[in-house]
Design a protein around this ligand. Structure first.
Ligand SMILES: *Cc1c(COP(=O)(O)O)cnc(C)c1O
Length: 473
């Protein structure tokens, strides 16, 4: 260790000195002393490490340390502890079910129900008629069955949990037959073969990537078979020389051989999207009509509700699943139940659901209406006449996202930002740093705001953000 390093190390403050400097600043407000002491220790440790590292690398730290310097750093970190990390953002990407941006936004009623139910106590597991213990699923069972035509319902934390639970309950130690064309990866490490392994079910692959025949399934059925599984290939399409077996044929085979049939639907759509000019997506009602034993899907994909895994199907089969100990480990909480119940109520009238559930509204909104909103935002942006920035309204495409409708291009209208004084990547970053961050997309060297995923109430975040950014240029 050289002399300079030794001298610098000597200037490192003691924790007590840093605490004293902080007290003068009044930085203790709202944080308990133990946390403050720990932050002081972290900062002084880092200062020591910087001095030692700089000797190795030839010297970056040359100024002496002091209690004041350390206190300033600690103060900053203490303030940051009060900043919320999980925040609202504006999704200007045009990806309607953006997995990184929280997938489905909730409807107003769902938000109200969350507050109402969780502000005080609730009847989560209390039967108000009988005055004794109740069942948490019962709050949404009736409405789910009524809208879907299922006999019974179980709700868990998410669809990955639903798949794991059903596989474990129906096929642990037994073979689950799946077509090779359906051994999908959803992202976030959810892969059917791996979930199956964790569930204890034994994967029995049949057919090929592009073609699977009924005889492939028939030949695989044996004494060891626990389940026939069909997985909706929600996030990709195989085109060309392909063949897959319809769910109805698998149900027929299952009935003949007395083997339960499960369909992992993924998206869980209740509305016939083809009637709104979109690709056909099997609806939950259609799927259940085939007589399939169990269907699983997400609460926060095309359903447009809170994160949840919904399991619908025949009562005898669901009774077995309910008894599984994993069910308790994966169970849904009261906030989610409150939001799911409110979301499902919109589905009592499917025409209403298309307007009231935001993801469905975003998916089906006529492009003319999106254009109207783009024009309105354009005039608001022009009104504030931002330094060296101009805007143009351009036709483009949005996407469903969230592993739903993978090849569907949804016509949209975007506002493109033109500026010589700020690069698109700098602008994109600056938008992200706003109080309400705006997440935009860059295409062909332009920052775009896709109006399909932006509501009128969110305009103010964009105009304010752009004003602030333009003021800095
Ligand atoms: C999205 C998806 C899942 C996982 O659902 P999460 O709710 O994200 O856990 C499982 N299977 C399929 C087919 C999916 O599309």
């Amino acid at each position: 260790m050289n002399d300079k390093t030794i001298q610098l190390l000597k200037t490192l403050p003691k924790i007590d000195e840093v605490l004293l400097a902080l007290e003068k600043d009044g930085a203790f407000e709202g944080v308990s002393r133990d946390i403050v002491v720990e932050k002081c220790r972290q900062v002084v440790d880092e200062m020591r490490k910087d001095i030692l590292d700089s000797e190795q690398g030839g010297g970056k730290v040359s100024a002496p340390s002091s209690a004041i310097k350390a206190a300033q750093k600690v103060h900053k970190r203490l303030l940051a502890l009060h900043d919320y990390s999980l925040r609202r953002v504006v999704n200007a990407t045009g990806i309607i079910l953006h997995t990184n941006l929280g997938r489905a936004p909730l409807c107003g009623e769902a938000l109200k129900r969350i507050i109402d139910v969780s502000e005080g106590y609730s009847n989560l597991e209390f039967n108000l008629d009988k005055g004794r213990r109740g069942i948490r699923y019962d709050h949404v069972k009736e409405i789910l069955c009524c809208v879907s035509g299922a006999e019974d319902a179980i709700i868990v934390n998410n669809n990955a949990a639903a798949v794991l639970l059903v596989l474990n309950a129906l096929s642990e130690g037994k073979e689950a037959i799946v077509s090779r064309g359906e051994l999908i990866e959803i992202g976030g490490a959810f892969r059917i073969p791996e979930v199956m392994e964790k569930s204890g079910a034994i994967l029995r692959e049949v057919g090929t990537t592009n073609r699977t025949h009924l005889s492939d399934y028939e030949n695989a059925v044996c004494g060891e078979t626990g389940l026939i599984l069909k997985v909706h290939t929600s996030n990709f399409k195989v085109l060309g020389f392909t063949d897959e077996i319809g769910l109805d044929q698998l149900v027929e085979l299952g009935e003949k051989k007395n083997i339960p049939v499960m369909n992992d639907l993924g998206s869980g759509c209740f509305v016939p999207l083809d009637q709104y000019g979109l690709e056909k997506e099997p609806t939950v009602q259609e799927v259940l009509k085939t007589g399939v034993d169990v269907v699983t899907f997400s609460g926060d994909k095309l359903l447009g509700g809170p994160q949840a895994g919904i399991i619908l199907g025949k009562k005898v089969v669901l009774d077995t699943i309910k008894k599984n100990p994993l069910n308790r480990a994966l169970r849904i909480d009261k906030l989610t139940l409150a939001a799911l119940e409110a979301t499902m109520m919109h589905y009592l009238d499917l025409d209403r659901a298309v307007c009231d559930v935001r993801v469905l509204r975003s998916l089906t909104e006529p492009v003319a209406a999106v254009k109207k909103r783009a024009d309105a935002l354009l005039s608001q942006l022009e009104e504030v006449s931002l330094k060296e920035m101009t805007f143009s309204v351009v036709e483009d495409h949005s996407m469903a996202g969230g592993g739903s409708l993978p090849t569907q291009e949804i016509p949209t209208v975007v506002i493109a930002v033109n500026s010589h004084s700020i690069s698109p990547s700098r602008l994109e970053r600056a938008l992200r740093k706003q109080e309400v961050p705006i997440i935009a997309r860059i295409c062909e060297d332009k920052v775009l705001f896709d109006l399909r995923t932006i509501t009128e109430e969110e305009f103010v975040f964009i105009t304010d953000g752009m004003k602030r950014i333009a003021g800095l240029l």
